[in-house]
Design a protein around this ligand. Sequence first.
Ligand SMILES: NC(=O)C1=CN([C@@H]2O[C@H](COP(=O)(O)OP(=O)(O)OC[C@H]3O[C@@H](n4cnc5c(N)ncnc54)[C@H](O)[C@@H]3O)[C@@H](O)[C@H]2O)C=CC1
Ligand SMILES: O=C([O-])CC(=O)C(=O)O
Length: 357
Amino acid sequence: MQETNNSRVNQRIATISAHLNPPSFSHMEGSSGLGRADCRAKGGSTGFKVAILGAAGGIGQPLSLLMKMNPLVSVLHLYDVVNTPGVTADISHMDTGAVVRGFLGQQQLEEALTGMDLVIIPAGVPRKPGMTRDDLFNINAGIVKTLCEGIAKCCPNAIVNLISNPVNSTVPIAAEVFKKAGTFDPNRLLGVTMLDAVRANTFVAEVMGLDPREVDVPVIGGHAGVTILPLLSQVKPPCSFTQKEIDYLTNRIQNGGTEVVEAGAGSATLSMAYAAVQFADACLRGLRGDADIVRCAFVASHVTELPFFASKVRLGRCGVEEIYPLGPLNEYERVGLEKAKKELETSIGKGVAFVKK
Ligand SMILES: NC(=O)C1=CN([C@@H]2O[C@H](COP(=O)(O)OP(=O)(O)OC[C@H]3O[C@@H](n4cnc5c(N)ncnc54)[C@H](O)[C@@H]3O)[C@@H](O)[C@H]2O)C=CC1
Ligand SMILES: O=C([O-])CC(=O)C(=O)O
């Protein structure tokens, strides 16, 4: 009798699970036979819902780990075209607050995106030695376009943090996709250039014998070669550099990505995950309503004649709430700005044309 009752209960649980569990995989479903719908943990009632697209990659995995540790995140969706079951199973065992769900392949993209407050995109191919970021355009442009079409459909109000290279072109691609869909909000689309600032803070601290945590270097322009323009005249705390130091620092900051690529283990993943989490956390704190959250990012902008430009922005409940002017530049920086704008114009135009064609 007892056995009959148990098997009826088990059958009922299986039926409920089949109806209530979405096709994504959850890591509360294990050998016990209990599905997510049968467990009492609800998760997601307070905090933000964040999706990572490209979550199984070199950046995606440490980024997923670090976002699972962020107390502002209540739900974390991990999407990729490969390997998300393993990454999700692993990360879901961490005893932090965020509920983790994995999504695999294009057919689960919409489910991964529905209801998200913040979408972080490190999906796409990275550079190999000898390549420029622009060499990634042909593959990554299509990937970013498809993912942004999903965002326009499923979470048009989400803040988007775009990491996939070439950022100087992928951000314009995303903007064109959103414009086509009628969902473009320039305040919610941010190209992630945070790693340039992270590197600049580190390298300046090294040269000046400072603690990198106390250094703040604005890095403007874009995210490739000469478009990466550190404003060493505006470093905090104020520093006085020799011309030799300025040349060394500018060159090292502009080529930080290449330095990692040439070291041979792929392009930056760990420092990028660190930078992406710093940036995502700033966006979430802005969404929460914290005051004075200022970071550099590549955004739709009027600070120059170009339609997109990286500069200091204030983050708030609606994403970018204010874009700051560049401030006084010295002659060295003015020359650098002209070079940066020339290259940026081409990269932005290439991204726009890709969607318009
Ligand atoms: N903005 C920045 O400062 C930086 C940007 N990057 C860029 O980030 C991107 C990712 O770099 P890594 O993580 O090292 O590459 P990776 O190859 O290790 O990982 C990329 C992931 O994207 C996934 N992916 C490919 N197509 C996809 C699609 N259609 N939908 C969802 N996922 C897809 C792959 O399966 C893979 O797991 C590259 O474009 C790289 O250049 C890298 C470092 C810094
Ligand atoms: O250099 C690369 O290809 C990756 C990247 O954007 C960076 O590390 O800044």
